[in-house]
Design a protein around this ligand. Structure first.
Ligand SMILES: *Cc1c(COP(=O)(O)O)cnc(C)c1O
Length: 335
């Protein structure tokens, strides 16, 4: 199966009324640094606080009326998106999580109206349960990134970017499983082949980057990161997001935890915005001088705002942050 721009145009019609068209705003500070307009696509303004609603809504609204419900095993933004889109469609949603997931995340997904099932002590055990529910109870499992409707839904961001700023020369996309980057790259490069689409990940545990280098999906060790929404694998049986990212992305840039820390401070102190570590990897790449030659306007996607506020406060205060067995040294913000 191959995805085309028409699938993204169809997704834009399908998700209207569930996901919102988000604003694209300039950052004066980052524009001065880049020497070109630097624009922020605010997916933080989606009703669940993250872009994942677009893909989940497109997948769920395209299901036949006969399904019993939907299921997934995400603890983060995908779980929220599935819960919200299922409610909009009047479908049952069961989100499976391990017993290690913090209570606040469980409560957040329950509050949107999904049933949360706590199973086992690992993400793998939770995933086995969502697969069982799909196989035995007539539920449909919604993949966070390796699904044509999910990719087309995330691609509506690329469509909106090119509608708002046809002069964009570069788009910086936070990259994990690659559903977002695949959809955005497909839209942007079909509309404007000369525009460059760059994936950005943290430098430890970047599964898509390692897979593109290896020429096939590979596993990487998962480590704690400020960009926690970018963790996890791409699936060894990946069918869609891997080949699309491999073929369409111009480059993948990796940033350090210290660079992410500083970029979070920049977005807060300069643009007065609260966002997750995953959102600022594009800003971090600009600040670290890691981008290819800048020749025109740049946009990055501020993908979500569902950040742990205790950690966020520490970073804004310039304090140290614990990341697994590593301590990231704090530093007060200085422009
Ligand atoms: C899921 C997610 C991403 C990465 O999207 P992929 O499609 O997995 O590459 C980036 N930022 C946030 C906030 C996310 O939730």
């Amino acid at each position: 199966m191959s995805l085309v721009l028409a699938d993204i145009l169809a997704a834009a019609r399908t998700i209207r009324g569930v996901a919102v068209r988000t604003p694209l705003v300039p950052s004066p500070h980052l524009s001065a640094l880049a020497g070109q307009d630097f624009l922020l696509k605010l997916e933080t303004t989606q009703p669940i606080g993250a872009f994942k609603l677009r893909g989940a809504a497109n997948a769920i609204l395209n299901l036949p009326a006969s399904v019993a419900g939907v299921t997934c095993c995400s603890t983060g933004n995908h779980g929220r998106g599935v819960a919200y889109a299922a409610r909009a469609r009047g479908l049952r949603a069961v989100v499976c999580m391990s017993s290690l997931v913090p209570q606040a995340k469980v409560d957040g997904i329950r509050a949107i109206g999904a049933e949360v099932r706590i199973v086992g002590r690992s993400q793998d055990e939770a995933h086995a349960e969502s697969r069982r529910i799909a196989a035995e109870d007539g539920f449909v499992e919604i993949s966070p990134f390796d699904d044509p409707h999910v990719i087309a839904g995330q691609g509506t961001i690329g469509l909106e970017l090119m509608q708002d700023r046809p002069d964009l020369d570069m788009v910086l996309v936070p990259l994990s499983g690659g559903g977002l980057a695949a959809g955005v790259a497909l839209a942007v490069k079909t509309i404007k082949p000369s525009a460059r689409v760059i994936g950005v990940s943290m430098d430890r545990g970047a599964a898509m980057d390692a897979s593109i280098r290896a020429g096939r999906p590979v596993e990487v060790e998962e480590v704690a990161s400020l960009a926690d929404s970018l963790g996890g694998g791409i699936g060894l049986d990946n069918r869609l997001s891997f080949p699309l990212c491999r073929d369409l992305l111009d480059d993948v840039v990796l940033v350090t935890e210290a660079e992410i820390y500083r970029a979070l401070q920049t977005l807060f102190y300069e643009d007065r915005m609260v966002a997750e570590g995953a959102c600022v990897v594009g800003i971090a790449a600009l600040q670290a001088g890691k981008l290819p030659a800048i020749k025109g306007p740049i946009a990055t996607i501020i993908t979500g705002r569902n950040v742990d506020m205790a950690v966020f406060h520490r970073i804004m205060g310039g304090q140290d942050v614990a990341l697994g067995d590593l301590t990231l040294e704090g530093r007060a913000y200085a422009p």
